[in-house]
Design a protein around this ligand. Structure first.
Ligand code: FES
Ligand code: FE2
Length: 340
């Protein structure tokens, strides 16, 4: 599936940049092949515009923001957060400002990120009940560009048979390659998948898992939010919960920005923020290496891709089915360059 060619996928929210990164000026971002500029408007809320001045096409992200308005760095045309031209500095005060506008997109702040939806939203930004809740802390783990497709990232997030192989350097057990059963319940937003997985618990992970046992288990409650968000709630026998939120934001047809947030119900004294960042950085570096070696054109022939490696419900197959249904409901066909 070539993400940027599917109009329906423009109707979902994606996490772009950290909101504090636009506090001092505009920032460029590419979302589904669209060059956009992000800044804080007059109301202090994020604004997203096409990154192109409607005068002589300079990138607005090269300009600056003052009092919630963005000024083009070429000749100073100035726009408000809706993209409406507010001023042409060469005009005298008597000359009316022409009624010009650059394209604007839906933008909102959530969980410390600016989320953007390019067309009319089909679903809200995901809800994270732990965000701001008592007894929980939020940790910004990563926002990195990966050379892969968002569906590849999502499939991998529900593929338990990769643990033994990809994660043999962290928690995976190469001697136990058969994954546990995954139970999947389809929902209106995607699906909810549950399983219990045995893992290795090396000393470096003791504070992460809350136990010094050499092996432990993860009770995993894993949600897929169409098309490219997931919530993985891991519970350890120690009572520690490790809730990972991912958004695989499509940049273009070959690259994503992977955003990862973590919520924990323990304290800094029990496990430091740096430890949690370093631990998941090591885990995710293993995923990254293998995912970047796969084809980013995510839908391959079903016969080749069928999940023989999964013993029960097959999450990747369900994702494919649901996304094709979603496209169909919105009058679209799948676009791919490597179907066979
Ligand atoms: S190109 Fe932006 S003001 Fe001229
Ligand atoms: Fe993984």
């Amino acid at each position: 599936m070539l993400t940027t060619k599917q109009k329906t996928l423009r109707r979902f929210w994606y996490a772009t940049v950290r909101v504090d990164s636009i506090a001092s000026g505009p920032k460029a971002f590419t979302l589904m092949g669209e060059n956009i500029v992000l800044f804080l408007g007059k109301d202090g809320k994020p604004a997203a515009l096409e990154d192109r001045c409607c005068h002589r096409t300079a990138k607005l992200s090269k300009g600056w923001v003052d009092n919630g308005e963005i000024t083009c760095g070429y000749h100073g045309w100035t726009y408000d957060g809706t993209g409406k031209l507010a001023r042409i500095p060469q005009f005298s005060v008597e000359t009316p400002t022409p009624n010009y506008k650059v394209k604007s997109f839906h933008a909102a702040e959530r969980f410390g990120y600016v989320w953007v939806c390019l067309d009319e939203p089909l679903a809200p930004i995901i809800d994270v009940e732990e965000d701001g809740a008592e007894g929980w802390r939020r940790i910004f783990q990563f926002y990195d560009v990966w050379h892969t497709a968002p569906l590849r990232l999502m499939e991998n997030s529900f593929d338990n048979s990769h643990f033994s192989f990809v994660h043999k350097g962290t928690f995976g057990n190469l001697n136990a390659p058969k994954p546990e059963r995954y139970d999947i319940e389809e929902t209106d937003y995607g699906f909810f998948a549950t399983t219990v997985v045995k893992i290795l618990n090396p000393p470096i992970a003791y504070e992460v898992t809350g136990t010094t046992d050499p092996e432990t288990v993860r009770t995993m409650r894993n949600h897929w939010y169409m098309p490219f968000c997931r919530r993985l709630d891991i519970e350890y026998p120690s009572g520690i919960r490790h809730v990972i939120i991912n958004c695989a934001t499509p940049i273009d047809d070959e690259n994503i920005q992977l955003v990862q947030l973590l919520y924990r119900n323990d304290t800094e004294e029990q496990c430091s923020t740096q430890k949690l960042i370093d631990w998941d950085a090591a885990v995710i570096a293993e995923d990254r290496e293998i995912l970047e070696s796969t084809s980013p054109d995510a839908i391959l022939d079903v016969a080749r891709k069928i999940e023989f490696h999964m013993p029960s419900d097959r999450p990747g197959m369900i994702m494919r089915k649901r996304l094709l249904e979603l496209l169909k409901e919105n009058g679209e066909e799948e676009v791919t360059k490597a179907y066979a």
